[in-house]
Write a protein that binds this ligand. Structure first.
Ligand code: GLC
Length: 540
């Protein structure tokens, strides 16, 4: 594989800057903290770092409300420091991916301030979706679209009586992608970061940008791409070209012109594309569009051998015709942490099923998460590791008064929100000074320095697996061949002779023939037996 194809097989580590490492001791993670921990990331063995938004932002949605793409939020540092992060990571062999949020900006963005000030009918308002209200005095919202955050309102009225559209929070007004200035500005933002040595861009909410200009009512069509019981078969039938804001055909011309910009710099894209229809999903990955997109089917899949195998097969089948590599993701900053999810009765992920106080067996979840790590890292394509996944962190229960995520508030308080997976990382047993989200008292046991050098720690497992994956070279690319296996067991080989076996059944199973064991997620159960919820990499 040529070096320029690094993204086809890369292991990419997601840094949620605010919670990664705190360089100045103020309780908020920052770029000084990132720089200090770059050697840790290099030793972990990842090829690239994806930074969630680090730009100037009022943090109404954790930075996904960007006020200025060319300024780093002062809570995190400066542009000069970001440039140092990029350069120092590159010196350690890691590329940098930044996060662009094209669907919306912050309500503090100069464009939106100008639009508010300029008033109804002004050219400034054309950059957004402003509309008069319905009802006799315009007192009713102009449309019926529910928010991506728990179905709350998507329209907010301004003091002059007009309303504006926001698929997320009122602090995140949606941009009008039919406006040439919106397109021009985003291509300049891409260039701005590519000029600074960034190797890739994650595209936030990538399938939502374009709206039907008439903003027609949904009238019963499914409301959002995120998985939930409200969707299922309906979403399959309803999303697509005809939907007023999900997955519209016009998006592809935007990504084609972005691709031309990226190609000038040899940079790559990863799209946040939540779509249940694999044919529609694969359209984003055609050779002149996005290089990759996150695999949310895999992230949401329950801990079940048949379901996982079906998901892997479907993923590979949907990517093959467009020649794009698959991606494998177990968790990110929006979803329940893996060890918690796998320790519950319902092991799949579903935004709509989130609730407080779900009984969780963390020992079981951890055992499964260890096996899932070996499964994931053996699959063909690129893989994502979300900060803290390598420490085996569980989802934290955030005390009610400390929750910050708008998803919680917009649900009327029923959804715990996403803060539980965003808690500052425990580097040492000593908690952070005044952390922006509280670290649970028992997190000392997960501290990175305590896991260091311990053969049975999650950190050691990830390091060993990433090292072997990189050394073998063949993991990311190439094919996968399923072997016949007992019910509840997944077994497949990779071209370079790796054999991965995962036992999701309740009983130990004999290991297939092999020359030696490369790595196991748990010790063997007696001679030649693979225990329940255990995975092993064998050499044949
Ligand atoms: C994406 C981000 C999420 C954010 C939302 C709105 O889904 O991953 O964190 O809240 O977009 O920008």
């Amino acid at each position: 594989m040529p070096a320029s194809d690094w993204w086809r097989s890369a292991a990419i580590y997601q840094v949620y800057v605010r919670s990664f490492a705190d360089g100045d001791g103020d309780g908020t993670g920052d770029l000084a903290g990132v720089r200090a921990r770059l050697p840790y990331l290099a030793a972990l063995g990842v090829d690239a770092l994806w930074f969630t938004p680090w730009y100037l932002s009022p943090l109404a949605d954790g930075g996904y409300d960007v006020a200025d793409y060319r300024t780093i939020d002062p809570a995190f540092g400066t542009l000069a420091e970001a440039e140092k992060v990029i350069a120092e990571a590159r010196d350690l062999g890691m590329r940098t991916i930044v996060d662009i949020v094209p669907n919306h900006v912050s309500d503090r963005h100069p464009w939106f301030r100008a639009a508010l000030a300029a008033g109804p009918g002004s050219p400034e308002r054309q950059l957004f979706h402003f509309r008069p209200g319905r009802g006799e005095h315009g007192e009713l919202p102009p449309g019926d679209w529910p928010s991506q955050f728990n179905g709350a309102d998507t329209w907010t009225r301004t003091p002059d009586g007009e309303w504006y559209l926001h698929l997320f929070t009122p602090q995140q007004p949606d941009l009008n992608w039919d406006h040439p200035e919106v397109r021009r500005e985003h291509e300049e933002v891409l260039r701005f970061w590519f000029e600074r040595g960034v190797a890739g861009v994650r595209i936030d909410s990538a399938a939502l940008l374009v709206k039907d200009p008439a903003l027609p009512d949904l009238a019963g069509r499914p409301p959002g791409p995120w998985p939930g019981p409200a969707q299922g078969a309906g979403a399959r039938a309803g999303a697509g070209a005809a939907h007023p804001y999900i997955d519209r055909d016009e998006l592809h011309s935007i990504y084609r012109s972005w691709r031309a910009v990226a190609d000038e710099y040899g940079a790559v894209f990863v799209g946040e594309v939540w779509l249940p229809d694999s044919e529609r999903f694969a359209r984003y990955l055609r050779p002149d569009e996005l290089h990759t997109a996150f695999n949310f089917g895999f992230l949401s899949c329950p801990w079940d051998a048949e379901r996982l195998r079906a998901c892997v097969e479907e993923t590979l089948a949907e990517h093959a015709p467009v020649g794009a590599p698959a991606t494998w993701v177990l968790c990110n900053h929006d979803v329940t942490r893996t060890v918690t999810r796998y320790g519950r009765a319902e092991t799949g992920f579903d935004f709509a099923a989130k609730a407080f106080g779900i009984p969780t067996d963390l020992a079981l979840g951890t055992r499964r998460a260890r096996a899932a790590a070996l499964l994931t890292l053996a699959l063909p394509g690129s893989v994502y590791v979300y900060q803290g996944e390598e420490l085996g962190l569980p989802e934290a229960e955030i005390p009610l008064g400390r929750i910050q995520d708008p998803m919680h508030f917009r649900s009327g308080g029923t959804d715990p929100g996403r803060d539980g997976c965003r808690v500052p990382l425990p580097w040492t047993a000593e908690p952070w000074n005044d952390p922006w989200l509280p670290q649970p008292a028992d997190w000392a046991t997960y501290a990175a320095d305590r896991q260091e050098g311990r053969p049975d720690s999650m950190l050691t497992l990830y390091r060993n697996a990433l090292r072997l994956r990189r050394a073998a070279g063949g993991f990311g690319g190439g094919s996968l061949e399923w072997l016949h296996a007992p019910p509840g067991v997944l077994a497949f080989t990779r071209p370079d002779g790796l054999l991965c076996v995962v036992n999701l059944s309740g009983t130990p199973v004999p290991l297939p023939r092999h020359t030696h064991v490369l790595l196991g997620s748990a010790p063997e159960e007696g001679a030649g037996l693979l225990g329940p919820d255990t995975a092993v990499w064998l050499r044949t």
